[in-house]
Write a protein that binds this ligand. Structure first.
Ligand code: AGP
Length: 522
């Protein structure tokens, strides 16, 4: 916590106070001295300034909130009022947990699940005064309000490692179960059926689809784009939320915007959604975290039901997003009349089989720790693929980068000869994703090109694909699940490859350096 100079006020803060320099100057001109350059210290000093004026911590906080600009989840304690503390929220996640004889604030439910499952989600502009046995809420007009209680329905063990060395490994291994819970409610009588879940999110005439997200969620969107375009024959673009929001996008009332986010709190994704809504678009959110900010902005929400994801690197968050997007593509195609019933049944059958296929993808590859040692510990690492394989390559390279700190890049295999092949030399590691059967010949050419320059090639291919066994140095085997579902089974051994590389390198796997689980600032 940051203390005010007089030691009376303590503040914890998640977010950024954008006008802190101006406020700092104001406080300095009033005789305040600072011991850090942080925006958070400005908040503690400003509360102290107003507290000195009015002698009431809540009133002082209200005055501060009228002056600060930016994003914040704040917890504020005043030494003269030890029986309670104050919380305030704007554009950063904050929830209240109700315990027995104790109440809590947290940015994420995983922090307090050991103590309580009874929570209220704070909204922008709201303030709460929390004592051991009571919580009083105020809205942005400073009027008292009542808040709804929500019960967290997952088990405490979901926020524990359960015998695994890391949350990431546990979450990788949980994927079959997570996929079952994501897909089961959307499969009925051998068909994909979202029932009333899409609510009012579909435009009357579907002109185009824009998928927006950040990081792994964006890469899930890249897979989803291919699935929706292929099944629905409508134009789909996948846009990074941080780019979309500033791109003056061609979005209107006939655009369906699909926003993907595990946390539902990613600042860039929220901002992109607000931008799209201001242009009249309908927004469908695909989210894991219940009660998160994105769920409140969207016209309808599809929960991925993956359970809490605690490791910073997304695994089950990503695969459940891809699975729900693919199921959504089938649902839209059915509504648009683009597929025959046998085609729809075949897709649904693939989705039914997906959790088992993911388990197989794990079981088929006990040699991954050794492959990680041989391919991933030195030099650059390139991931190549075409079509959906290319989209998966992007995610696979991100996994490797974020937890092992190895330099890993993903390229469309056909692009190698347009530049990147210049970087391939003796000993360079290339991971070639080869699940697109119709493009196998092309991938074999790419493998030969990089091998001719001295690269060692680790391929990912369906079981029994002899041509790949002959062309590559080593093969990670994945079960065949069908062109649209392969990405889900295919990424899993590559998540493990990154995990074992990071473990070998002694990295802090669950909390990689410089990264946060939810990126709640721009
Ligand atoms: C995933 O491994 C990353 N940690 C990161 O790219 C993440 O996917 C991104 O920040 C988006 O998060 P979200 O899904 O919670 O919006």
């Amino acid at each position: 916590p940051h203390l005010s100079g007089d030691g009376k006020i303590a503040v914890v803060h998640n977010g950024i106070i954008e006008n802190y320099v101006e406020l700092r100057d104001f406080l300095i001109s009033n005789g305040y001295k600072f011991i850090s350059d942080t925006d958070t210290e400005v908040v503690s000093q400003l509360v102290s300034f107003y507290y000195a004026e009015c002698g009431n911590a809540l009133e002082a906080v209200f005055r501060v909130l009228r002056r600060i600009e930016g994003a914040y989840a704040l917890g504020i304690l005043c030494v003269d009022e030890p029986e309670h503390f104050i919380a305030a929220r704007k554009d950063a996640p904050l929830l209240i947990g109700y315990g027995e004889g104790s109440n809590y604030i947290a940015s994420d439910v995983t922090a307090i699940i050991k103590h309580t499952r009874d929570v209220s989600y704070m909204e922008d502009g709201e303030v709460a005064v929390i004592s051991a046995d009571k919580v009083q809420f105020y809205n942005a007009m400073e009027q008292t309000i009542e808040k709804e209680h929500h019960t967290i329905d997952w088990d405490v063990s979901a926020a524990e490692k359960g015998g695994y060395a890391h949350f990431m490994l546990k979450e990788i291994m949980e994927q079959p179960r997570a996929l079952r819970s994501a897909l089961a409610p959307r499969l009925r009588d051998g068909l994909v059926d979202f029932g009333a879940e899409l609510g009012s999110a579909l435009p009357e005439r579907l002109g185009s689809v824009v998928i927006t997200a950040c990081g792994s969620a964006y890469y899930a969107g890249c897979v989803g784009k291919l699935a929706i375009e292929r099944l629905c024959r409508v134009p789909v673009t996948a846009e990074l939320a941080s780019e979309l929001r500033y791109s003056d996008p061609l979005i209107g009332e006939d655009t369906l915007v699909i926003a993907l986010s595990q946390s539902g709190e990613t600042a860039d994704t929220l901002a992109a959604v607000r931008e799209c809504r201001s242009r009249g678009a309908k927004v469908l959110a695909i989210v894991n975290a219940e009660g998160s900010s994105l769920t409140k902005l969207a016209d309808a929400v599809l929960y991925t039901r993956a359970g809490p994801e605690i490791a910073v690197a997304s695994t089950k968050g990503y695969t459940t997003q891809v699975a729900v997007l693919t199921a959504l593509a089938a649902e839209l195609a059915r509504r648009l009349g683009r597929l025959t019933e046998p085609e729809l049944r075949e897709l649904a059958a693939g989705l039914y089989r997906l959790p088992d296929a993911v388990q197989k993808a794990i079981d088929l590859n006990p040699g991954l720790p050794e492959l990680a040692r041989r391919y991933c510990l030195g030099g650059a690492l390139y991931y190549i693929g075409r079509g959906t394989d290319r989209a998966v390559a992007l995610e696979a390279a991100l996994k490797m980068k974020e937890i092992s700190y190895r330099h890993a890049e993903a390229y469309a295999a056909g692009e190698l000869k347009h530049g990147t092949i210049a970087l391939v030399e003796e000993g360079t590691s290339v991971v070639a994703l080869c699940c697109r059967t119709e493009l196998l010949g092309k991938m074999i050419s790419s493998i030969e090109e990089v091998k001719a320059r001295g690269a060692k090639v680790l391929a990912v291919a369906p079981a029994g694909e002899r041509r790949i066994l002959a062309a590559a140095d080593d093969v990670i085997t994945v079960p065949r699940t069908g062109p649209l579902l392969d990405p889900v089974a295919e990424i899993v051994p590559l998540q493990l490859l990154a995990y074992y590389a990071a473990r070998e390198l002694g990295c802090d796997i669950d909390k990689p350096k410089n990264l946060a689980k939810s990126v709640t600032v721009e």
